[in-house]
Design a protein around this ligand. Sequence first.
Ligand SMILES: [Zn+2]
Length: 364
Amino acid sequence: MKTKIYFFIALFTAPLVLFANVMASHENDPPNRKFKVVLDAGHGGDDGGNSYGGVREKDVALKVTMALGKKLEAHADIEVIYTRKTDVFIPLWKRADIANKAQADLFVSIHCNAFKKESANGNETWVLGLRRSNENLDVVMKENSVILLEDDYEENYDGFDPNDPSSYATSVLTQEIYMEDSIDLAAMIQNNFASNVKRTNRGVKQNVFAVLRQSYMPSVLVEIGFLSNTSERNYLTSTNGEKAVTVSIYDGIIAYKQNRDINVSTISEGQKASSSSAVAIEPVSSKAVYKVQIAASSKALAPKPNNFKKLPLISREKEGDIYRYFTGETNSLEKASELRELAVNKGYKTAFIVIIENGTRRRL
Ligand SMILES: [Zn+2]
């Protein structure tokens, strides 16, 4: 009799445990978990970044970062983590590592631009991407070149050579899972720049920034303006300019967080309803199928197992400029969960299950 009871308990609790396991880590967090933002003031110490008219990038970046952090810290539900608060040198990999270890929700790196032509001006926000053009490569190689100041850079960056253009073609597909969220944040920041800063809006751009490449969360790199442009340099170092730039990034982060809070509360309500009965975790319609999303990328790869570490049944969907890649297609949650585990073990650390039902796809 006892065995039977245990059997039934196991029968009913197993799907719930399974369900809990497949929820992405942050969605399992207690409701009072703080929203963690890592603020990364570019450069520092021996690495001054660019420098014009006695104004150094590392100092401007730190000033904006500290002002931004202060505004964010005024929110009881936000925790701010700084990669540096003083004029010290921090390797790029270490910056991403700080964010990864903190399991941060966002990584925001702040920089100032420079160009050989003084006329270049305006602000832009970068997300990790694979599209490269020689024009973009100029900014990217400059921001990445600091790696060469580090002793073991070959080891810490998987042989990534900041001076070798072919390094920039390296696949970063796994990390690109955060790309959509990163683009959302970048777009919000750029919109705020357009309305508050009123300088040239250079838009959201993509390339392989080393500091973004190694962080496992939505991440952006903001170039607040050109120090090589005299009027922009004066603006960025003025009280008004610094304030407008800070408020723009701040408003972007808050808007991003509010969007995310809405999504998370929708998911946790769904989760509560599901947890109350084992039946509710079954798909609503018998025609629903589960797939495992393994990556999202601007890169169009053929949906073949060979391109995805031999995971089975690869499918691809295009939405705007982004391709989503899935493995599997099953109406069993258990099978989907096993497949997700397989994908995670093969290196797709952020793989998650999606339910496709009545022509719509949602994340489990
Ligand atoms: Zn920089």
